[in-house]
Design a protein around this ligand. Structure first.
Ligand SMILES: [Zn+2]
Length: 164
């Protein structure tokens, strides 16, 4: 008998040039994978899947350690795999943000500010990259991915965005 368990999915030789950053919450992560594959058309992509997703990129008193880790590992991925497209997804009811003890509206504002802050970091540090962001809400029991309007490089940040 052969050793190991076979799976249906293939393994590819070439690196992916797309990077998806989203939350590790297992209630939402499968919907994110389905959206990226079927709606955005990316079958092969690198993943940075951690609690809070893009929140790790933005420096805050509560994310000093995460910020350092995220920058180190994402810089490696972007450079080694020549990432060209970055997909950021935040989701409703994200436990990572509960530590901030904000109202639901303030939480969404903070998540949007983090998506914008993460976008800015990618545009500032790397060239040849496009960044897009989505907010996952559950509407009538169905996941919905709403596009988030991001500022292009050079535009001033809104006052609510984190300063990094
Ligand atoms: Zn989450």
């Amino acid at each position: 008998m052969e050793r190991g368990f076979p799976v249906e999915q293939k393994v590819r030789e070439e690196f992916a040039h797309t990077l998806a950053i989203y939350c590790s919450d297992g209630r939402f992560a499968p919907a994110c994978d389905g959206f990226i594959r079927h709606t955005l058309g990316e079958e092969w992509y690198d993943r940075f899947v951690v609690p809070g997703g893009a929140a790790w990129l933005c420096l805050d008193v509560r994310t000093v350690w995460e910020h350092e880790m995220a920058h180190r590992h994402l810089s490696f991925l972007v450079e080694a795999h020549k990432i060209q497209r970055v997909i950021l997804i935040a989701h409703q009811s994200c436990g990572f943000y509960e530590r901030y003890r904000l109202s639901p509206e303030q939480t969404v504002r903070k998540q949007m500010a983090d998506l914008q802050g993460a976008t800015r970091i990618f545009y500032e540090r790397f060239t040849g990259i496009t960044v897009e962001a989505y907010y996952l809400r559950v509407v009538d029991g169905e996941p919905r991915f709403e596009p988030v309007t991001l500022q292009t490089p050079g535009e001033p940040l809104p006052p609510s965005a984190p300063q990094v």
